[in-house]
Design a binder for this molecule. Structure first.
Ligand SMILES: [Zn+2]
Length: 129
């Protein structure tokens, strides 16, 4: 399936940057429209601001020491977000909002929640080792 990419590097509300979607090392943005639509739906279900640790990553940034993610990461396809979360109450609310928004691949971690809509991967709730 060919991906359709979201053209803007940011999503703004009332002039304020809400989400930075581009890769932090090079400014390239290949987040898909499908992922952005689901993220926006998730924000509405959650009812509070959502903060992204990571959206699109270029291959170089994805492999860099600070990230060191797998070469199969859905962030490389612009189909994934890591959402900052620091407590179990918010984590549950975010998982609920993610499911309502249509994300069917979710990975809770201590400090963030990974959500993606990668069409090439199975729907699941996975745990970080
Ligand atoms: Zn980059």
């Amino acid at each position: 399936m060919d991906s359709v990419f979201f053209k803007e590097k940011y999503i703004k509300t009332n002039g304020d940057v809400v989400y930075e979607l581009a890769c932090p090392c090079c400014g390239i943005n290949k987040v898909t429209i499908d992922a952005v639509s689901k993220l926006d739906a998730m924000r509405l279900h959650y009812g509070r601001p959502i903060y992204l640790n990571s959206a699109y990553r270029c291959p170089k940034h994805n492999a860099s020491p600070g990230v060191s993610s797998k070469p199969t990461s859905s962030h490389l396809k612009g189909a994934a977000f890591d959402i900052r979360v620091s407590n179990s109450v918010d984590r549950l609310l975010l998982v609920d909002a993610a499911l309502k928004a249509g994300f069917r691949r979710i990975g809770p971690a201590n400090t963030f929640l990974h959500v993606d809509c990668d069409p090439d991967k199975p729907e699941c709730l996975y745990l970080y080792p």
